[in-house]
Design a protein around this ligand. Structure first.
Ligand code: COA
Ligand code: AMP
Length: 622
C-alpha cells in the first residue's frame, strides 16, 4: 500500500517527510530548518534554505544535459503559429528578460505585474522575475481595467509587462487601452510599462513610461540568478474571496518548488523528458503550477496553447495538439471537455489522430461531473482523474496518486487526500463528522509546503479568513464528505464564491457592481447550474422605484456594468427584476434557498424566513 504508507508518514512526521522530499532539489543552501513558525504564529517551510526557482527550472537542466531538449512548445491556432524552444534557448531569453527588468530597477522583493496573453513572453517574464528574486503577479487577460487597477494598488509593482493584444478565437482584444485605463484609475503608478507589439494590433506608447519589449530586451545584458530564502515570495496571485477586494495569495519559493517537484511524479506520473500539457491559462493557478513551474522544475516539455477547446478551429483541437506534440498527460477543466462533447458527442474528431501517446487525463477547477467523466473514460480508454485544489494551496489537496499507486476511480470523487493534507470534515461547531456525512472541509495544520502563509500585506485577513473559524484548521471554503474508503467528495463552495467555466468568481463582488446602478435598491447574485460552464451568475434585483422603468434596459445596463467593471470572464448575462428578496427575520438574504429554487431542486422553506410568500413570487417569475 504505497499510498497509505506515504500518506501516514507525511501526517505522522511532516518534518522528516518534507525534509526528505526537499532533497530532490538543487538548493544553494539546503534547509536545516524544515518546518518552523514565524512571528505571527504561522507555519513556514524551509525558512533557512536558499534557492532560486528559475535556476531549478532552467540553469539546472542546461547544466545537466537537457540544454537541447524542448522546454516549451508554443502552439497558437489563433495566430496560426508554433514555436519550439529548447531549455538552452529559454534560459537565454529568460536571462535577457531578467536583465531588462534589472535595468528598469527591479530587484529582489520588487513586484512586477504581468498582463499578457498565452504567449512565450508570459512564461519568460514569470521566470525572469523568479531569476531576480522579484515577485510576479500575473493578471488574467479577461479582467477589465478596474480589476487590474485594484491589483496594481495592492501589489504596487515597479513595472507592468503587457502586449498590444490578446486573441479570443478570432477577436483581437487590445490590451493597451485596458492597461492605460487601469494605470489611470490606480493610485499606484508603475514606473514603466513594457509592451510587446504583436502584429494583430499596434499599441499606442506613452513617452517616458512605456518601452518597446523587443528593444528593451535587446539592449539588456543577461542577468544571473539571485539566491532567495525558502520563505521569500515567488509570486502573488489574486483570487476571488467573498468580498469585492480580491485576495493576494502569496506563494513562497521553497515550499512551492518542493511541492511542484513531488507532484509531477507522485500525482501526474510524469518523468523528466515527458511532454506535459495543462490546457489552462497562465492567469490562473493551474497555469502557474502546471504550465510553467511544475513541468520545468521537473525537466519536462510543457505545451503553451493559445487557443480554445472548440472553434480554434474545431472540437478536435485538443486531440490535434496531443498527437502532434506527443503529450503524455493532459490536464484541463471539465468545462473544456463539456464544450468538446457538446460539439462532437461521439468524439469523431479524435479518431483522426493517433492518441497512443496519451496516458492520463486530469481534471480540476470544478467538479468533474459523472456524465463528463463517463464520456471521457469511454471514448479515450485512459485513466480520467479528477483532483481538487485551490489557488491557496497551489497544488492538489485530493487526488488519485497515480505515480505512487493508481487507485480505483469513484465517479464524482477527487479520490484521496494528497500526502501532507490532513483533510477533515467538520460540522458547524468544529467537530469531526462520521464517514459519509457532509460538512465543511478543513485541513488540520500544518498545511504542507506550497500553501499560502499570508495574504499579501494583510496577515490579519489571512488569519481571519482561513484560520479562525476552526482553531487548528485551515478552512477551505468547500463543503463535502469523505466516504468509508477515505474518498473525498467535493460538493461545492459554502461561501459566495462561484465557479464559471472553471474560473473562480465572487458573487459578492458582482453584487457590489450591480448595487452601484442608480435604480437598484438591493440585489443578490447567485450561481445557477449550467450544463456547459458548471455555474453561471444570475442576479435577482429589487428596484428603488419600478414604476416606469423598463426592465430590459436596466438588465442590459447591469450586464454592461459587470462586464466593464469585472470583465467578460464574469459571464454575467442574466438578471431578474423581483419585487422583494427572501430574507431571514434578521435581514440575511436566503441565497441557498434561492439557488435551489432557481435550479429547480427541492428546498425546505427555512423556519427563519421573514415571509415565505416571497419565494412563491419569485418562483412565478422563473
Ligand atoms: N482575454 C479576454 N477575454 C477573455 C479571455 C481572455 N484571456 N478569456 C475569456 N475571455 C472572454 C471570452 O471571450 C468571453 O467573452 P464573450 O462574453 O464576449 O463571449 C468571456 O470572457 C467568457 O469566457 P469563457 O467563460 O471562457 O466562455 P467562452 O464561451 O468564451 O468559452 C469555453 C467557453 C468552454 C470554451 C471556455 O470557457 C474554456 O476553454 N474553458 C476552460 C476553462 C479553463 O481553462 N479554466 C482554467 C482553470 S483550469
Ligand atoms: P481556484 O482557486 O480558482 O483553483 O478555485 C478553487 C475552487 O474550485 C475550489 O475551492 C473548489 O470549489 C473548486 N474546485 C477546484 N477543483 C475542484 C474539483 N476537482 N472538484 C470540485 N471542485 C473543485
Amino acid at each position: 500500500m504505497a499510498y497509505k504508507q506515504e500518506y501516514q508518514a507525511s501526517i505522522d512526521d511532516p518534518t522528516a517527510f518534507w525534509g526528505e522530499k526537499a532533497r530532490a532539489l538543487d538548493w544553494y543552501r539546503a534547509p536545516q530548518t524544515v518546518l518552523s513558525t514565524d512571528e505571527n504564529g504561522i507555519y513556514r517551510w524551509f525558512a533557512d534554505g536558499e534557492l532560486n526557482t528559475c535556476y531549478l527550472a532552467l540553469d539546472y537542466h542546461v547544466a545537466n544535459g537537457r540544454g537541447d531538449q524542448l522546454a516549451v512548445i508554443y502552439d497558437s491556432p489563433v495566430t496560426d503559429q508554433q514555436r519550439k524552444i529548447t531549455y538552452a534557448e529559454l534560459l537565454d531569453e529568460v536571462a535577457s528578460c531578467a536583465g531588462m527588468l534589472e535595468d528598469l530597477g527591479v530587484g529582489k522583493g520588487d513586484r512586477v505585474v504581468i498582463y499578457l496573453p498565452m504567449i512565450p513572453e508570459a512564461l519568460i517574464s514569470m521566470l525572469a522575475c523568479a531569476r531576480l528574486g522579484a515577485v510576479h503577479s500575473v493578471v488574467f487577460g479577461g479582467f477589465a481595467p478596474p480589476e487590474l487597477a485594484v491589483r496594481l494598488d495592492d501589489a504596487t509593482p515597479k513595472v507592468l509587462l503587457t502586449a498590444s493584444c490578446g486573441i479570443e478565437i478570432s477577436r483581437v482584444i487590445e490590451y493597451k487601452p485596458i492597461v492605460d485605463k487601469a494605470i489611470e484609475m490606480a493610485a499606484h503608478k508603475p514606473d514603466h510599462c513594457v509592451v510587446l507589439q504583436r502584429p494583430q494590433a499596434r499599441a499606442e506608447m506613452q513617452d517616458g513610461r512605456d518601452l518597446d519589449w523587443r528593444e528593451a530586451v535587446a539592449a539588456a545584458s543577461p542577468a544571473a540568478c539571485v539566491p532567495v530564502k525558502g520563505t521569500d515570495p515567488l509570486y502573488i496571485l489574486y483570487t476571488s474571496g467573498t468580498t469585492g477586494k480580491p485576495k493576494g495569495v502569496v506563494r513562497e519559493n521553497g515550499g512551492h518548488a518542493v511541492a511542484m517537484k513531488y507532484s509531477m511524479s507522485a500525482i501526474y506520473d510524469i518523468e523528466p523528458g515527458d511532454v506535459y500539457w495543462a490546457a489552462s491559462d497562465v492567469g490562473w493557478v493551474v497555469g502557474h503550477s502546471y504550465i510553467v513551474y511544475g513541468p520545468l522544475i521537473h525537466g519536462c516539455t510543457t505545451v503553451l496553447y493559445e487557443g480554445k477547446p472548440i472553434m480554434t478551429p474545431d472540437a478536435g483541437a485538443f486531440w490535434r495538439v496531443i498527437a502532434e506534440h506527443g503529450v503524455k498527460a493532459l490536464f484541463t477543466a471539465p468545462t473544456a471537455f463539456r464544450a468538446i462533447k457538446k460539439e462532437d458527442p461521439e468524439a469523431e474528431l479524435a479518431k483522426q489522430y493517433d492518441l497512443s501517446c496519451l496516458q492520463t487525463i486530469f481534471a480540476a477547477g470544478e467538479r468533474l461531473d459523472p456524465p463528463t467523466y463517463e464520456w471521457l473514460a469511454e471514448k479515450f480508454r485512459v485513466p480520467v482523474l479528477d483532483h481538487w485544489w485551490q489557488t491557496e494551496t497551489g497544488w492538489a489537496i485530493a487526488a488519485n496518486m497515480h505515480g505512487l499507486e493508481p487507485m480505483p476511480v469513484k465517479s464524482g470523487s477527487s479520490t484521496v487526500p494528497v500526502p501532507g493534507f490532513n483533510v477533515q470534515i467538520l460540522d458547524e461547531a468544529g467537530n469531526r463528522v462520521a464517514a459519509g456525512e457532509q460538512g465543511f472541509i478543513a485541513i488540520e495544520l500544518p498545511l504542507p509546503p506550497s500553501c499560502l502563509a499570508t495574504i499579501w500585506g494583510d496577515v490579519e485577513r489571512f488569519k481571519e479568513n482561513y484560520l479562525e473559524t476552526y482553531p487548528g484548521y485551515f478552512t477551505t471554503g468547500d463543503g463535502g464528505y469523505i466516504d468509508e474508503d477515505g474518498y473525498v467528495f467535493i460538493m461545492g463552495r459554502v461561501d459566495d464564491v462561484i465557479n464559471v467555466a472553471g474560473h473562480r468568481l465572487s458573487t459578492g463582488e458582482m453584487e457590489e457592481v450591480v448595487g452601484k446602478h442608480p435604480m437598484v435598491a438591493e440585489c443578490a447574485v447567485i450561481g445557477r447550474s449550467d450544463e456547459l460552464k458548471g455555474q453561471m451568475p444570475m442576479g435577482l434585483v429589487v428596484l428603488k422605484n419600478a414604476e416606469g422603468a423598463d426592465p430590459d434596459t436596466i438588465v442590459s445596463e447591469l450586464v454592461a456594468m459587470v462586464r466593464q467593471d469585472i470583465g467578460a470572464v464574469a459571464a454575467f448575462k442574466e438578471a431578474l427584476i423581483v419585487a422583494r428578496l427572501p430574507k431571514t427575520r434578521s435581514g440575511k438574504i436566503l441565497r441557498k434557498t434561492l439557488r435551489a429554487m432557481v435550479d429547480g431542486d427541492d428546498y425546505v422553506v427555512p423556519s427563519t424566513i421573514e415571509d415565505p410568500a416571497v419565494l412563491d413570487e419569485i418562483k412565478a417569475l422563473l
